[in-house]
Design a protein. Sequence first.
Length: 347
Amino acid sequence: MKTDLTDTTSSKINKALVLGRRAIGTPAVGMVLTLVIVTDEENAYDALKAANDASREHPSRTLVVIKRAARSPRDRAKARLDAEVRLGADASTGETVVLRLYGEVAEHAQSVVLPLLLPDAPVVVWWPVNSPADPAKDPLGALAQRRVTDTYAAEQPIHELTGRAQTYTPGDTDLAWSRITPWRSMLAAALDQVVCDVTSAEVEGEEFNPSVELLAMWLADRLKVPVRRSKSTGPGLTSVRMESTCGPIVLDRPDGSLATLSIQGQPDRAVALKRRETSELIAEELRRLDPDDTYASALRYGLDRLDEEAAVTAPDPVEVVPAPAAPAADPAPSSAKKPAAKKAAAK
């Protein structure tokens, strides 16, 4: 069921939600949280599709906030709120309200969203793109217990990652961190199988991929060893190699789906390590609404510290000294040619 409301208010949207639930025969509210998606018109479809897929695991009221840019000064001076209310089959297992804000009301989105939040339920705010520099101080982020960003979608992902470390507040998280959860689980399981000390590590992946940096900082923070990063053509993370007193431990995924785990003295094993969809990442983040201390510790480790420790332990370049040229072979003495000349004359 879908209801379009033009030039409306939050109270009219709430009334449309109640009438819609009665119309489809589900007057009770069975949602467990409110998910607020702050995006633009270009990315709204993909973000909403991912949220609807995640709502099968976490039934929620999804509020999509789209701030529309006005074309003329007169339009910018006029405040207007349009909404689409979707229930039933149009909203998967939850409720969806698409809010389009025009003019001055776009600067006060929290006033529109606040009356639509589910009572006594946690709030999660997700910025698929164009996330604020400090999510906790954003007016919408201040309403939430959990704030989800995605540095991979930023213009300068590595610079954005450094900014996240400086402004981190408990409750902040990043989909770039969620993407490496299977890697962290697999590497931790591999280390549980051996009794040895890791001396160094290397993480290989695409250039400007924040997940590569986060995985390297996590390894350096947990193992207290220098971690180097190297570039590959991808996709995403491609390999992690840990040098240990028992030999190398390698997790290699060249194709983005199937990885090979190699441990010294054990047969190689194929493990499923496919790249996950955005809906799976959001569903993972909605499973826990408490602060992620492991993410905070890895993020605060710092890229500068990672670079310094990798530079200290990097092997010195080996100077290649060209080998001396081999002496030219002496020409055969003229006396050696005389017998051959005599034989030729005899013939």
